[in-house]
Design a protein around this ligand. Structure first.
Ligand code: ATP
Length: 415
C-alpha cells in the first residue's frame, strides 16, 4: 500500500511530517513500513503553501485482512491531528496499491507546474482511494507524494520533534554543538549552519512541532550529526527519503516561453548591469534571441549579492530560479564567459608625460612637449569574478534547491 498525505498544517501549528511520524508508529500494528517514508517537496511557488510545500508518503506491506483497518487509522489520525479550523488547511489522503506511470508523471508535474484540485481528485479516484477534506486541495500533494519515485536523485532528512507541551516556548538548541556536528559531517550533511552569516539554519522559528531537521546525502552521517547535537528533549525523530536538495523543480527553458510560478534554468547574456534598489535587492537583466528577463538577488541572499554586483554587460550566464512578474528570483548563477572590460585613459606622450584633453572630441596635447594625439588609450582591466557556479547561502536556500556541495566541477559552494 502507498499512503500519501498533505495539507494538514497551518502557520499556527502542526506539520504534515509530524503526522507521518505518528502514523508510522500507529501502523506498525497492521503492517511493515517499507524503506524510508518519503518527504516530497512540490512546486515551491504555490501560493497556498504553509512553508516549504512538502507532502509525505508511506509504503506499507499490510498484514492480510488489515487494508480497511489501515485506511481507518490513517483517516482517524488526520481527523485527530490536522488543523481543520485554519482556513487554508484542506487535507488530502490517497491510498494506492501500486503506482501507475500516470501518477509518476503527475508527481513530476506537481514539482514543476501548477495542478488543479479536480485533476488530482479524478486521477487519484481512478487509481485508488481518495479522502478529500474541505476543498480537497491536499489531494494534489498526497497523490504527488505517492507518485514520486526519487529514482533520478534523492537525499535524506532526519526530522526531530519537540515534546508537545514545549511547542509554544522558544526552542533550546546548543548552537555550538550544531557547528561541531556540521564540522564533523559536512559535506555528507549540509544546510545545517550558515558559516558566512554565523547562524544555524536547520531549525524553524514557527510554533510547529519540528525541533530541527538534519539534511544530507548519507543517512549514517545524518545520524552521527544527530547524536552530537545537544538540545531540549526530542519527543521522536524520523528519517525521510526526499527530493530536497535535488533541483527537481527546475525546467530547462527558453526565455520566450517562461511563465510565472514555475522555476527555470535559462541561458542569456547580461544586457543591463546590476543595480541595487531600495531594500538592498540587486537587479540586472539578461537577453537571449531578442527576449529579455530581469534577474533579482533579493536582500536575504546576503553575500550572494556580492557576486551578482560584479557582473558586467556582455557576460554570458546561466540563471536558476523561480519566475514571478517576469523576474527570476535567483537561486544560483553560472558564469560561463566574462566580457572584456576596459577603462579609458588620456594617452601617454612619447616624452613620458600623460597628455591633457584639449576639449570634447578635440584630442589630447602634451603640456610638456606640445605633442598632439587623437585617440584615448583603452586599458584592459582584470575582472574580480571567476567562472563557475555560485549559489545563495544556506540561510536563503529553498528546500528543493541543490546545494553546490552536491556537485563537482567549477563550483563555489556557499558554506
Ligand atoms: P509544510 O511544509 O509544513 O508541510 P506546506 O508548505 O507543505 O506545509 P501545505 O499546507 O501542504 O503547505 O499547502 C500546500 C497546498 O498546495 C497543498 O494543498 C498541496 O496539495 C497544494 N499543492 C502542492 N503542489 C501543488 C501544485 N503543483 N499545484 C497546485 N497545488 C499544489
Amino acid at each position: 500500500m502507498h499512503i500519501g498525505i498533505d495539507d494538514t498544517d497551518s502557520k499556527n501549528g502542526m506539520c504534515t511530517t509530524y503526522l507521518a511520524a505518528v502514523l508510522v508508529e500507529r501502523l506498525q500494528n497492521y503492517g511493515d513500513v517499507i524503506g524510508y517514508p518519503k518527504l516530497v517537496r512540490l512546486n515551491p511557488n504555490i501560493r497556498y503553501k504553509t512553508r516549504g510545500n512538502g507532502a509525505v508518503a508511506i509504503q506499507l506491506e499490510e498484514r492480510s485482512g488489515y487494508a480497511t483497518r489501515i485506511e481507518d487509522v490513517v483517516v482517524r489520525t488526520v481527523e485527530e491531528m490536522a488543523e481543520f479550523d485554519a482556513p487554508n488547511t484542506n487535507p488530502g489522503i490517497v491510498i494506492l496499491d501500486e503506482i501507475p506511470e500516470e501518477v509518476k508523471n503527475f508527481s513530476k508535474r506537481a514539482v514543476q507546474d501548477i495542478i488543479t484540485i479536480e485533476e488530482a481528485i479524478d486521477l487519484a479516484g481512478r487509481c485508488g482511494k481518495v479522502h478529500a477534506f474541505k476543498n480537497g486541495r491536499g489531494v494534489i500533494g498526497a497523490l504527488a507524494a505517492v507518485g514520486a519515485t526519487l529514482e533520478e536523485d534523492h537525499t535524506y532528512e532526519l526530522v526531530a520533534y519537540r515534546q508537545r507541551e514545549r511547542c509554544t516556548t522558544p526552542r533550546y538548541i546548543d548552537e555550538g554543538s550544531v557547528f561541531e556536528a556540521n564540522k564533523a559531517t559536512y559535506p555528507l550533511t549540509w544546510d545545517t549552519v550558515d558559516i558566512t552569516n554565523n547562524t544555524i539554519v536547520f531549525s524553524p522559528s514557527s510554533p510547529c512541532p519540528v525541533l530541527f531537521g538534519i539534511r544530507g546525502d548519507g543517512a549514517d552521517a545524518i545520524q552521527k550529526a544527530f547524536e552530537m547535537i545537544r538540545s531540549e528533549p526530542v519527543e521522536r525523530s524520523i528519517v525521510f527519503k526526499t527530493n530536497q536538495g535535488t533541483d527537481a523543480h527546475l525546467i530547462e527553458g527558453e526565455m520566450a516561453s517562461v511563465k510565472d510560478e514555475c522555476s527555470y534554468i535559462l541561458n542569456g547574456v547580461v544586457s543591463a548591469p546590476p543595480h541595487t534598489i531600495e531594500g538592498g535587492h540587486v537587479i540586472f537583466s539578461i537577453a537571449e534571441n531578442g527576449h529579455k528577463i530581469d534577474c533579482a538577488a533579493y536582500e536575504p541572499t546576503k553575500n550572494f549579492r556580492g557576486v551578482v554586483r560584479k557582473l558586467c554587460v556582455g557576460d554570458e550566464v546561466t540563471v536558476y530560479g523561480a519566475v514571478k512578474d517576469h523576474t527570476i528570483n535567483l537561486e544560483k548563477i553560472e558564469i560561463t564567459s566574462l566580457a572584456e572590460r576596459f577603462i579609458r585613459q588620456n594617452p601617454v606622450c612619447k616624452c613620458g608625460k600623460r597628455m591633457k584633453s584639449t576639449g570634447r572630441n578635440q584630442g589630447y596635447r602634451c603640456k610638456k612637449c606640445g605633442t598632439h594625439a587623437g585617440a584615448p588609450e583603452y586599458i584592459l582591466i582584470g575582472r574580480e569574478l571567476g567562472l563557475g557556479l555560485y549559489e545563495v547561502p544556506p540561510s536563503a536556500r529553498r528546500h528543493i534547491s541543490r546545494p553546490l556541495v552536491r556537485l563537482s566541477g567549477n563550483v563555489h559552494p556557499s558554506i
